[in-house]
Design a protein around this ligand. Structure first.
Ligand code: 13P
Ligand code: SF4
Length: 305
């Protein structure tokens, strides 16, 4: 079957079986073309709560599917591929965070949405890269323990100088692959290009950027900008999507190594199998965990909306 034929079959099965396909923007372009909604982590969370379909397929990674299930427990939520985890979300141990909370009594724990449902149960507020600064500024508390991304945390700290923000050392292995060396090489190769960087990158990278923001922020900036060339400092699919959407502009990946293999596990033929009920993992979360984890996602939507 050709890509087009697979896409057509997915579209008709989706309709027949009352399935909504949500996709993170790091997913392959041929999947985003047939998705009902494509967005960054924040937009996907907000969308999850209002989807009318009985089944939601999350083409992304596990914490994103968990977020959908937390917000829409009555739905069948399918993670596109059971191997699609997020190393950052899974690198923090609940006991370690409890110890840090003990050592920092009075601090509110703010969790990047890239955390497991289990870890969210002991946190106060969730944030995403596009909502973090707004939410932390809107919180009445001054003392904040931010987990697990030290790079995003450093960025937030600079943007919220009135807050006392403690960080832990975690991060995204994909974004951490980009270095100042890549920035220098890309700028030398494309001297007229603007550099757009995700705050999950190292500070030495985003300090050189013309724009710092989430995946959607980067895409919106590039689309609206009158500039013609851009170096994209986030997962390489964003440069690809932008090239499709803005054929009159030029997009260069900051480094060829900026590939999230977990986001690349899901393939279009697998999405077809999911629509036939033959693939994917149905997400189950026990009700006690779900309700506790939901409190910090609800807070995110309340402060970020
Ligand atoms: P955003 O979608 O919030 O920009 O986050 C990027 C990311 O790494 C998702 O896993
Ligand atoms: Fe996780 Fe980084 Fe991949 Fe996003 S890009 S899913 S944070 S490993």
């Amino acid at each position: 079957m050709t890509t087009f034929q697979i896409q057509q079959e997915i579209l008709s099965l989706k309709e027949k079986n009352d399935i909504c396909i949500l996709a993170h923007s790091y997913i392959a372009h041929e999947i985003t073309e047939i998705a009902d909604f494509v967005g960054d982590s924040y937009a996907l969370s907000v969308k999850a709560a209002s989807v009318p379909n009985k089944t939601v397929v999350m083409c992304g990674v596990r914490f994103m599917a968990e977020t959908v299930k937390i917000l829409a427990p009555e739905k069948r939520v399918i993670l596109s591929n059971s191997s699609a985890g997020c190393p950052m979300a899974e690198q923090m141990d609940t006991d370690l965070i409890k110890q840090l909370q003990e050592m920092n009594r009075g601090f509110k724990t703010v969790a990047y949405i890239n955390t497991t449902a289990e870890l969210k149960t002991i946190c106060d507020v969730c944030v995403t890269s596009s909502s973090a600064v707004k939410i932390i500024n809107a919180m009445p508390e001054q003392d904040i323990l931010f987990i697990p991304d030290i790079n995003l945390g450093t960025y937030i700290r600079r943007q919220c100088p009135d807050k006392n923000i403690k960080l832990v050392s975690g991060g995204c292995p994909t974004h951490c692959r980009a270095s100042l060396k890549h920035v220098k090489a890309a700028k030398a190769a494309h001297p007229d290009a603007l550099l757009l960087v995700h705050p999950e990158c190292l500070p030495e990278v985003w300090e050189q950027a013309d724009y710092i923001g989430s995946t959607s922020g980067i895409m919106e900036f590039a689309k609206k900008s009158s500039a013609k060339e851009f170096i994209i400092g986030t997962e390489n699919s964003i440069a690809q999507h932008l090239q499709f959407e803005c054929p009159d502009k030029k997009f260069y990946p900051l480094s060829k190594d900026l590939v999230c293999h977990n986001m690349k596990i899901t393939t279009l033929p697998e999405v077809l199998l999911i629509c036939k009920g033959e693939f994917g993992e149905e997400i189950e979360i026990n009700e006690k965990t779900r309700l506790k984890a939901k409190q910090c996602i609800d807070k995110m939507i309340e402060y970020g909306g």
